[in-house]
Design a protein around this ligand. Structure first.
Ligand SMILES: [Zn+2]
Length: 60
């Protein structure tokens, strides 16, 4: 069985700052952002506010 590999050429090179071609705002990061993702960064670089589980501290 032959599997045609998906060729990732230099598509990532062309990074149009358009509605459907946004990438992470972190310099060097080319992670595509979902169109529905209103954030400026990808999941890795998003300024994440660690949600505190109030009232349920297991390990402290
Ligand atoms: Zn990123």
């Amino acid at each position: 069985m032959r599997v045609q590999g998906e060729r990732f050429t230099s598509i990532e090179r062309n990074l149009p700052r358009s509605a459907d071609g946004r990438v992470c705002g972190e310099p060097g990061c080319t992670t595509r952002l979902s169109v529905y993702n209103e954030q400026e960064f990808c999941a890795l670089h998003a300024p994440m506010v660690v949600p505190r589980m109030r009232g349920k501290v297991l390990d402290d």
